[in-house]
Ligand binder design. Structure first.
Ligand SMILES: CC(C)(COP(=O)([O-])OP(=O)([O-])OC[C@H]1O[C@@H](n2cnc3c(N)ncnc32)[C@H](O)[C@@H]1OP(=O)([O-])[O-])[C@@H](O)C(=O)NCCC(=O)NCCSC(=O)C[C@@](C)(O)CC(=O)[O-]
Length: 304
């Protein structure tokens, strides 16, 4: 029986949030359209956070207003507190994502509060979402290592994941924010977390700073995870994790999963074209090995 893996494309948010130059809203919307046309069915569209903190997400309402009419595609958005939640729902969001951290230092740097305070901020968001029929996904950052504190104990990451799940998140995405994880440390994280949160409610969100993201996905898939976050062309990084590169490239993730016999619903050619397109738009090298390999095999166009 073919296993199906759910992909959460975070390129338009995680992939772009750290871009130094403003990315035109029209480019963000074209990227989202192309990703949906390539078969992605969950595309994180933007973040309802402070534009003073993350100026790249300042066009959050315009992005929401311009989303393609795709009832078959979910467009979750970040919302770290009630102000963000209310703005997101007013802009038409049907799913939001709250995001905590497994390290106090990253919590303070990223959302300006302690881990405990973040949970206090999330509680009214969960209540409002339950009232409004809005789905809530949770993230835990720095589940393996923190840029400020170093290695993070699996039990600590598991405790934060369990708290988000207990408060009502339908899924908890485990963020190796600085990409320091290896299959051994990721499996230790999953052992600790799966003891407290059902595996079916866990997702892998692996940045590729050390080139370990594909290996970490493979190990996580073997452990039983069937939901993974990724960024087309490997775009991204976090404003509060210096030097962290983007998530695993969606093209590489899909190539790996199809090679494992899993179904994703994604058209690899259309995805590779999208990765090349956005890389050109941003003036960046395409960070996807599988995407570049696929494009290189194409017969040269006649240029007609
Ligand atoms: C979370 C806050 C807002 C708290 O920031 P704060 O300073 O604690 O909030 P505050 O309530 O004191 O308000 C301060 C100002 O922010 C405004 N404000 C307050 N809330 C909002 C909001 N939701 N949207 C827009 N504006 C907001 C508020 O109105 C006020 O405006 P002012 O009076 O100064 O003009 C701030 O720390 C922030 O925006 N941080 C940025 C968080 C972020 O986007 N980080 C990157 C994404 S997370 C990530 O990349 C990790 C992840 C998810 O990908 C997984 C992984 O890889 O680890």
């Amino acid at each position: 029986m073919t296993e199906t893996v759910r992909l959460v494309e975070v390129g338009p948010r995680d992939g772009l949030q750290n871009e130094p130059d403003p990315v035109p809203t029209a480019v963000k919307l074209e990227l989202i359209r192309r990703l949906a046309d390539a078969g992605l069915r969950c595309i994180e569209a933007t973040a309802f956070v402070s534009p003073k903190w993350v100026p790249q997400m300042a066009d959050q309402a315009e992005v929401m207003a311009g989303l393609p009419a795709r009832p078959d595609v979910a467009f979750p958005v970040l919302a770290p507190n009630m102000k963000g939640y209310e703005a997101a729902v007013a802009a038409g969001a049907k799913e939001v994502a709250i995001f905590g951290a497994a390290s106090e230092s990253f919590s303070q740097r990223n959302i300006n509060c302690s881990i405990a305070e973040s949970m206090t901020r999330f509680a009214p968001v969960m209540a409002a979402a339950a009232r409004d029929g809005v789905r809530v996904r949770g993230y835990v950052s720095c589940v393996v290592a923190c840029p400020y504190e170093g290695a993070v104990a699996p039990a600590q990451a598991a405790a934060v994941a369990a708290e988000l799940h207990a408060m009502g998140c339908y899924e908890v995405s485990l963020g190796d924010t600085i990409g320091a994880g290896t299959p051994a440390s990721v499996l230790a994280l999953l052992e600790a977390t799966a003891a407290r949160v059902p595996v079916a409610a866990l997702a892998g969100h692996y940045h590729d700073t050390y080139g370990m993201a594909v290996a970490n996905v493979a190990a996580s898939y073997g452990f039983g995870l069937r939901v993974f976050d990724s960024s087309v062309a490997g775009l991204g990084g976090c404003p509060y994790a210096k030097g962290a590169t983007g998530n695993v490239a969606t093209e590489d993730l899909v190539y790996l999963l199809h090679g494992l016999g899993a179904a994703t619903g994604v058209d690899e050619d259309a995805l590779a074209d999208t990765g090349a397109w956005i890389s050109t738009q941003l003036g960046r090298a395409n960070g996807s090995r599988a995407g570049r390999a696929r494009l290189a095999k194409r017969p040269a166009t006649t240029g007609a």
